[in-house]
Design a protein around this ligand. Structure first.
Ligand code: HEC
Length: 164
């Protein structure tokens, strides 16, 4: 009888501790799931809206990239953002690399200049991120970069034959 009474004293606290531990474990997983959610949503958002994001493979769009944007990147950015030297974690050497982005996430959101870090950087809108660091691009160049992102970030390797 004495043993049973002792058990009654020990068991409830043990159960309580067990419950709290289980609760913590569950809320831990929910938190991780919530933190993951925006990332999944962003990945889905990219190809999800073909109506607003134009086809980046459109020959006219690629030509715009080759004639207007590629020279800007080569002359003002690639010294620091190539595959070899990616300052801020960012390479501008391919469409994939640009969309993947650097330390602060995607550098360009196809079709959405307002959400694109590149546009923020070249327009000197943020005192902490001004690109290129030593001189601001011309208004025309900044407008071209904005338009390039509206076109869905068309890209072609620097040595690819120019589109006709
Ligand atoms: C002289 C080197 C240099 C040049 C040239 C340069 N950058 Fe950068 N860039 C950096 C450094 C360093 C960082 C890291 C952030 C910082 O220190 O300000 C960076 C960061 C960035 C970022 C943010 C990356 C991230 O995810 O945090 C973007 C976008 C960017 N640069 C775009 C450009 C563009 C577009 C050009 C050309 C128009 C350019 N940069 C030219 C050095 C350079």
């Amino acid at each position: 009888m004495k043993l049973a009474r002792n058990l009654m004293l020990i068991l409830p606290p043990l159960l309580a501790v067990g419950c709290i531990a289980a609760q913590n474990a569950t809320s831990g997983t929910t938190q991780t799931a919530q933190a993951m959610e925006p990332i999944t949503r962003m990945a889905e958002a990219d190809p999800a809206d073909p109506k607003t994001v134009p086809d980046p493979a459109d020959p006219k769009a690629v030509e715009f990239f080759q004639t207007k944007i590629q020279p800007i990147l080569t002359q003002n950015c690639m010294g620091c953002h190539s595959d070899q030297r990616h300052k801020g974690g960012l390479s501008l050497a391919s469409r994939e690399a640009i969309i993947k982005g650097g330390n602060s996430g995607p550098a360009a959101v196809p079709g959405d200049p307002a959400k694109s870090v590149i546009v923020k950087a070249v327009s000197y809108a943020d005192a902490d991120l001004k690109m290129p660091p030593r001189h601001k691009l011309s208004d025309e160049q900044i407008a071209d970069i904005t338009h390039w992102i509206e076109l869905g970030v068309p890209y072609a390797a620097a040595d690819a034959p120019a589109q006709k």
